[in-house]
Write a protein that binds this ligand. Structure first.
Ligand code: GLA
Length: 388
């Protein structure tokens, strides 16, 4: 859907009014490296993508909330600012209601209801469409009602919507990338302090291909919450002997010295992934800054191996994609990206080898899984913004 047809659809759903229409956009994200360490006080290295969610919105004179999405076939969903509750199981509007609830928790009360139309072009699952939804809505509320929030505060409110309203104990990475993305840059974010720097994505003769497994996700948030709890258990054991607040404060050497304190074998593996992933992320950013794509690629692949063997956060389809990708000419590294158990892989590859890569990986993947993979070259895009 383009903006003009979006506006027409809006007016056909909600009618004419003299209140002004406004438009906002927030992107999805791809994480280059630093997986499952945002909630362990680590560094992550995501970028926003050009694809995202657009919102056309208008204030109402009463307290009604009306939501419509071109991407979900459920028609207009209606709610009320004063009486809304967490009603629909897996309903997409829960991400939006969670944003309003998070504002309420900060004593920010919205004076008017809203009519909203959303349309998005984030392909498949795993590229943070829920974060984009929270951030586009938070960005709109902030601007429409002059709430005075910074983009980082908008991101934190989106995270609170996930954590408290939607039962997904995610970290801050996705919402931060959506709110703070920059064209042609990745964001090196320290999740313990929210300090960040932008790093140019110079890939000299290579590209990153995002491959969607098109595997339907299921039970992702329960697996995810379980991993987070396992990390917390490992941290508690280590805190009996070390004055640390987060697992990512440990170097691999310190971890190897003290890992015997972690009682549960599974929790030990999860903590190992976390500590080594933090180290890999720092090395990867250094390698990228030095134009050392070979080292950068190796680190991507070891991050993926660690997600597979130590964090147990992959699945057959992703393992198949990564193995097929690593076997192709010109590939410097490949791994699962994002929350896990499906979604997408990223592959660093020399530009001239991309056509053969896509053809071969496509064939192998379909033969082994009966699913169709889709490919897109990664481009880093701008973060959330007002469009009109
Ligand atoms: C999901 C979460 C993020 C992060 C990643 C894994 O995308 O929303 O906070 O933990 O998984 O790196």
């Amino acid at each position: 859907m383009d903006m003009e047809s979006g506006k027409q659809k809006f007016l056909s759903l909600y009618g004419e009014d003299n209140e002004e229409l406004r438009g906002y956009f927030a992107p999805g994200r791809v994480n280059l490296i630093g997986e499952h360490i945002d909630y362990n006080g680590g560094h992550v290295f995501p970028c926003a993508i050009p694809n995202g969610i657009t919102l056309i919105v208008r204030k109402r004179k009463d307290r009604k909330l009306r939501f419509y999405s071109e991407n979900y076939p459920f028609g207009v969903k209606e709610d009320d600012l004063d009486t809304f509750s967490h009603r629909s199981v897996n309903g997409w509007t829960n991400y939006l209601l969670g944003v309003i609830a998070a504002l309420k928790n900060k004593n920010i009360l919205l004076p008017n209801g809203l009519d909203c139309l959303f349309f998005g072009n984030i392909p498949g699952s795993g590229l943070s469409s829920s974060a984009a939804l929270e951030v586009v809505f938070g960005t709109a509320l902030n601007d429409l009602f002059s709430l005075g929030l910074t983009p980082i505060e908008v991101a934190l409110i989106g995270q609170e919507s996930e954590n408290k309203f939607n039962g997904m104990n995610c970290g801050i990475m996705d919402q931060f990338a959506s709110a703070m993305g920059k064209k042609d840059k990745a964001i090196l974010l320290d999740c313990a302090t929210l300090k960040y720097t932008y790093v140019p994505l110079h890939l000299n003769g290579a590209k990153i291909i995002v491959t969607n497994s098109n595997k339907p996700h299921s039970l992702v948030s329960s697996h995810y919450n379980e991993r987070r709890a396992e990390c917390e258990e490992a941290l508690k054991d280590l805190q009996t002997v070390l004055p640390i607040k987060h697992l990512c404060e440990l170097t691999p050497e310190q971890f190897d010295e003290y890992k015997g304190k972690i009682h549960n074998k599974t929790c030990l593996l999860r903590a190992k992934h976390v500590v080594y992933e933090e180290n890999r992320t720092q090395l990867a950013v250094k390698a990228l800054n030095q134009d050392d794509l070979v080292t950068f690629g190796h680190l991507l692949t070891s991050s993926g191996d660690s997600l597979r063997y130590d964090y147990d956060a992959t699945c057959f389809e992703i393992d198949t994609l990564v193995e097929a990708s690593l076997a192709q000419k010109g590939v410097l590294g490949s791994r699962e990206t994002g929350g896990g158990w499906g979604g997408n892989t990223i592959t660093l590859i020399k530009s001239e080898d991309i056509p053969a890569f896509e053809k071969n990986v496509s064939e192998i993947y379909t033969a082994k899984t009966h699913l169709k993979a889709s490919f897109v070259e990664l481009e880093a895009g701008e973060g959330a913004r007002r469009l009109f």
